[in-house]
Design a protein around this ligand. Structure first.
Ligand code: PGA
Length: 248
């Protein structure tokens, strides 16, 4: 059985004090949830959120991690820095980082291996653009992202994968549950080939892209979908709680 995981991706939203207020509003609303919960917050919010989430069932996540242990990398944050504040999850290779900050499958791979070595759980993002989907390239794009991005991972169950079709992120245009399920099923099949079928059965694969209180039940009912990576709808306590409590 794969335990579902619902993670909020706050992106560049919420100052530390706004984040603490959101976390405090969220805690009572999700305390009886059956799934794992995480909020992936801006790096500078991490110390405050680390305190605010103590003793709750909400895990702390980051949105990026550098692949070097330490050194001359101005502006970057290392895995050990995250670990010291009790960070558990880290988003790696989000499409916004691929699009705006030069993230490649190679750097995704380096970050993922570094995060794993430090005991963090990487949430590795993959997904195709609208043009790639419309020109029939979805599978070949995913094949490359998975083969190159996940190279050298020893235990696939140590990571979470987020399938986020780029055309569904922040657009209000969700993949239908069937579309998402089919593509995630494809990802699992591919992982079975790249690693082993048993390992692929164990890895949790989230859907991400305009997931909200209205569509989460249908998406979460799908056999291949093990959770969600939630952007916009994670910024309001009630909306995020509704997704976390999708089965109530
Ligand atoms: P969205 O973002 O829910 O606002 O579409 C999801 C994501 O980018 O992780």
């Amino acid at each position: 059985m794969r335990t579902p995981i619902i993670a909020g991706n706050w992106k560049m939203n919420n100052t530390a004090s706004e984040g603490v207020a959101l976390a405090n509003a969220l805690k009572p609303l999700v305390k009886n949830a059956d799934c794992e919960i995480a909020v992936c917050v801006p790096a500078i919010d991490i110390p405050a959120l680390s305190e605010a989430l103590k003793g709750s069932n909400i895990a702390l996540g980051a949105q990026n991690v550098h692949f070097a242990e330490k050194g001359a990398f101005t502006g970057e944050i290392s895995a050990n820095m995250l670990k010291e504040y009790g960070v558990k999850y880290v988003i790696i290779g989000h499409s916004e980082r691929r699009q705006y900050f030069g993230e490649t499958d190679e750097t995704v791979n380096k970050r993922t291996l570094t995060a794993l070595a430090a005991g963090l759980v990487p949430i590795v993002c993959v997904g195709e653009s609208l043009e790639e989907r419309e020109t029939g390239k979805t599978e070949s794009v995913l094949d490359k992202q998975l083969a190159d991005g996940l190279k050298g991972i020893e235990n696939l169950a140590d990571i979470v994968i987020a399938y986020e079709p780029v055309w569904a992120i922040g657009t209000g245009r969700t993949a239908t549950s069937e579309q998402a399920n089919e593509t995630i099923g494809y990802i699992r099949k591919k992982l079975g080939e790249l690693f082993c079928p048993k390992c692929a059965e164990k890895v949790r694969i989230q859907y991400g892209g305009s997931m909200n209180a209205g569509n989460c039940k249908d998406l979460m009912a799908m056999s291949e979908i093990d959770g969600g990576l939630i952007g916009g709808a994670s910024l309001k306590a009630n909306d995020f709680a509704a997704i976390v409590n999708y089965n109530k």
